[in-house]
Write a protein that binds this ligand. Structure first.
Ligand SMILES: Nc1ncnc2c1ncn2[C@@H]1O[C@H](COP(=O)(O)OP(=O)(O)OP(=O)(O)O)[C@@H](O)[C@H]1O
Ligand SMILES: [Mg+2]
Length: 275
């Protein structure tokens, strides 16, 4: 690629998030990254969940460090970027994100400048957040172009996702949310789940959601994660892999370049509170 072409690249930013834990965020982020990367896209994954940080595990690679170590001066930002796969890099953020927001002006500027050189290197920034409504999760979701919320048929997942959307909407003025239904029986159940959830959010918060698709419950997914494998790589012809590819295509179509909030620089400015 020529310099001119690469300098045109604007990183599109999306978070995969949820109200309730264990709904499939890390599984989805890892497989979407893999699908985008094999189509030649450059992907940076930001692991925002230090408690259960495990994106690296799916790729059989150990992360080289995290944002906290950058803030304490132990490591440089370059040193904590871990290559997971061709075209996929990882930065572990975790609870460090809250510290980012409490840095002094000098620290902020230094970090923003350090990260500036990553801008234009990636087509996508995918963020795997922790579940819930902690500051960490809210900051990350408020800083991206789109938050994709993973819901499952479990009533607790719906209630907690509603709470997450409500707080992001009311306190951070967010109004663009996409929905991924996971662990459903089939596409029909997924569509119905989305429709019911959309109706409630519509009625009480006056915002419309965007349906990105459904993923069936399949023990092969669980087995893949137990064996530290990506289902999309090892069972590419399964229904679940097809569904993940559909969601990946939907993600690509939904993130418009001209969106105000695009770009890695914008994301970092928001997260560290410069903007
Ligand atoms: N469609 C599916 N069918 C069957 N099992 C699934 C499916 N999606 C995810 N799982 C399993 O559910 C468990 C939780 O998945 P995952 O770790 O991706 O969730 P998470 O939302 O990232 O969790 P946490 O909130 O703890 O970070 C894993 O064992 C995973 O293999
Ligand atoms: Mg996870």
């Amino acid at each position: 690629m020529t310099y001119a072409a690469s300098s045109m690249r604007r990183t599109k930013t999306v978070s995969i998030t949820s109200g309730k834990g264990g709904v499939g965020k890390t599984t989805i982020v890892s497989n979407l990254a893999y699908n985008l990367a094999r189509q030649g896209k450059r992907v940076l994954i930001f692991d925002g969940d230090l408690g259960m940080a495990n994106v690296d595990i799916f790729f059989g690679v150990k992360s080289t460090g995290n944002i906290h170590q950058v803030l304490t001066g132990e490591k440089t930002i370059q040193e904590i970027v871990t290559e997971l796969n061709p075209n996929i890099d990882l930065i572990s953020g975790g609870s460090g994100v809250v510290e980012l927001n409490r840095m002094n002006a000098f620290q902020r500027r230094a970090l923003v400048d350090a990260v500036a050189e990553f801008d234009h290197q990636y087509d996508y920034l995918l963020i795997d957040t922790a579940p819930g409504i902690s500051d960490n999760v809210l900051y990350l979701n408020a800083a991206v172009q789109k938050s994709a919320i993973v819901i499952t048929p479990d009533p607790a997942s719906l209630a907690d996702s509603y709470a997450l959307i409500k707080i992001l909407h009311q306190e951070y003025k967010e109004n663009k949310f996409s929905i991924i239904c996971n662990q459903v029986r089939d596409e029909v159940e997924g569509m119905q789940l989305y429709s019911r959830f959309n109706e409630v959010v519509n009625r009480f918060l006056f915002i419309g959601l965007d349906y990105w698709g459904s993923i069936s419950h399949d023990m092969a997914v669980k087995k893949s994660s137990q064996n530290q494998r990506l289902i999309l790589k090892h069972e590419p012809y399964s229904e679940v892999s097809q569904q993940l590819m559909n969601i990946s295509n939907k993600l690509e179509r939904s993130l418009i370049k001209t969106d105000q909030k695009n770009g890695l620089q914008f994301f970092w400015d928001q997260v560290v509170g410069v903007a």
